[in-house]
Write a protein that binds this ligand. Structure first.
Ligand SMILES: Cc1cc2nc3c(=O)[nH]c(=O)nc-3n(C[C@H](O)[C@H](O)[C@H](O)COP(=O)(O)OP(=O)(O)OC[C@H]3O[C@@H](n4cnc5c(N)ncnc54)[C@H](O)[C@@H]3O)c2cc1C
Length: 511
């Protein structure tokens, strides 16, 4: 039998996405050796295909735009939007650390922040985008990790976490060349979510088995880390809280028929259900508004209706159709032409026949919507959609894109303390084991609650990656742990607060 290859390091990190690369940078900055194991051919994870937007409070970009934001205001928005199940301690911790430990830290690692955008649930603009979106953000963080001496083993999947006595001691992995044993002082699990594993989605949401649900995260988001952590006794919370998007259609190139494609920038489109009727204000399209509206339809799908002019700038948030800010128009046209889930017709009646919707109701719906423009209304009279950025349906051919709920982000995950140590069912840390990012519900287990303000997935994944990397390095014998700088106050005071709130049996109390 072939001998497995052996490697030794200080901190081994499973997954080279947003959390894993941030963990690696932090561990290196603390003086430890850091090795990232990535199962796909290239590092980046869902983060590299993402919009690259992070919720950041009190940023120079906000200041420049004359926006006054504070951690208190952001926390208030967060808890109102996320509801009682949001992890208030982690939410506060994240918000307090967005300016120095995310915005400025990323800048020091080469990232350029370029603009801020409005998102549902926020009382001010704070969704802050990196230049060239997730691609720009991750390309620069990966380059920084490598420049500092970090190593990435790509095309290599971790298949097990080794444990001796009560502590973890490394991982086993499989590459094309065979098995690898990696001995490490500490292990960071940063494997992302499970929204590219339909079986796991339906296991936690069995009521959705009755209709089509699309897989919608990165290629490696298959829940591997969840299985590894469960095997070690990690305690999971709120796995059923999945953030769905509604503006998604099946990826007809996927032979398994499971993957979905989220499409955007179709201003003015309307959504109709199989009964041929509108059911929602399409301007409210987020996970807390548009997605529940789609999930409530019977049957559970809808049709996005657009005319030719409305489709001119459509984008598809998937690496095949878009790299960073650059959309591949030829591939988008090919999708519109060839997908069996997309129909085109020169008249509304013909489109109704192709989609099988109730023709009478459908034509009446579109004509009624068009009449709002003729009457000079500012909002549509049925659902209140602002009509400023819209137009009547008047440039055939008309297109109908079939929409199904797409599982994008996992809001629940493994529970950790504020050092990102993985907790067991007694809420005691498993020695040597850390988790960050989406496998930990973005940070701590369930930072968002039931709804996210947006930018609250990538941002907390990167910050919790830093926290995990810092403390994993310290447990491995390097550095001081993650000592951040809050938006207010100084790092030392903050560190004392961490000691108090994360130690399972504190020996001394800080007042
Ligand atoms: C298209 C899209 C757009 C998004 N846009 C935004 C946005 O603008 N703002 C926002 O806040 N959030 C956004 N998100 C969500 C955000 O990108 C993720 O929540 C975030 O990337 C999670 O970071 P992570 O490091 O935990 O996981 P990932 O970035 O997915 O990285 C996990 C990595 O682990 C690897 N891995 C998994 N299993 C193994 C294994 N067994 N062995 C080795 N490696 C393994 C995976 O291949 C992957 O590379 C978006 C998501 C998608 C899919």
């Amino acid at each position: 039998m072939a001998q497995s290859k052996r490697i030794k390091t200080d901190v081994v990190i499973i997954g080279g996405g947003g959390a894993g690369i941030a963990a690696g940078i932090e561990a290196l900055d603390q003086g430890a050796r850091a090795l990232v194991i990535e199962k796909t051919a290239e590092p980046g994870g869902a983060a590299i295909a993402s919009g690259g937007g992070c919720l950041i409070v009190g940023s120079p970009l906000q200041e420049k735009a004359g926006i006054r934001d504070t951690p208190d205001l952001a926390f208030d928005d967060w808890m109102k939007w996320g509801g009682p199940s949001a992890d208030a301690v982690w939410a506060r911790y994240y918000i307090e650390h967005t300016l120095h430990d995310l915005y400025h830290w990323a800048e020091r690692n080469g990232v350029v922040w370029v603009d801020i955008k409005s998102q549902e649930g926020n009382s001010v603009l704070r969704w802050t985008r990196a230049e060239n979106s997730g691609h720009g953000l991750m390309t620069r963080l990966i380059a920084s990790f490598r420049a500092k001496g970090g190593e990435i083993l790509a095309d290599t999947a971790v298949t097990g976490i080794a444990r001796e006595g009560d502590r973890v001691t490394g991982v086993t992995a499989r590459s094309r060349d065979g098995e690898i044993d990696i001995a490490a002082r500490t292990v960071v699990v940063a494997t992302g979510g499970f929204n590219s594993n339909l079986d796991m989605i339906l296991e936690v949401r069995p009521e959705l088995k009755s209709g089509r649900v699309l897989e919608g995260s990165g290629a490696g988001a298959n829940g591997d880390g969840h299985k590894l952590l469960r095997g070690l006794g990690g305690y999971f919370t709120n796995l059923d809280q999945i953030w769905f998007y509604c503006y998604a259609t099946p990826d007809y190139r996927d032979p398994a028929g499971r993957r979905g494609l989220a499409f955007r920038l179709v201003p003015g489109y309307i959504w109709v259900n199989q009964q041929g009727k509108r059911f929602h204000n399409e301007a409210l399209s987020g996970g807390a508004t548009g997605a529940p509206a789609l999930l409530a339809q019977n049957p559970r799908h809808a049709w996005a209706i657009a005319d030719r002019a409305m489709l001119a700038n459509m984008t598809v948030a998937d690496p095949w159709y878009q790299t960073g800010e650059t959309a591949n128009r030829a591939r988008i046209e090919e999708l519109l032409e060839n997908s069996p889930f997309i129909h085109k017709a020169n008249t509304l009646a013909e489109l109704a026949a192709k989609t099988g919707v109730d023709a009478g109701a459908f034509v009446e719906t579109v004509e009624r919507y068009n009449s709002a423009f003729a009457r000079g209304l500012k909002n549509d009279p049925d659902f209140g959609k602002p009509l400023g950025a819209s137009k009547p349906f008047d440039t055939p051919p008309y297109t109908a894109i079939q929409m199904f709920p797409l599982a994008r982000k996992n809001f629940g995950g493994v529970k950790t303390d504020l050092r990102c140590r993985v907790l067991d069912k007694h809420f005691e840390p498993i020695r040597g084991l850390y988790a960050a990012g989406e496998v930990a519900g973005m940070a701590g287990g369930h930072i968002n609650g039931q709804n996210g303000l947006e930018g609250t997935m990538l941002g907390p994944s990167i910050l919790s990656g830093r926290v995990a990397g810092g403390w994993a390095a310290r447990e491995a014998g390097f550095g001081e742990g993650f000592v951040g700088k809050a938006n207010r106050g100084c790092g030392m005071v903050l560190r004392e607060r961490i000691e108090l709130s994360t130690s399972p049996l504190p020996k001394k109390r800080f007042l």
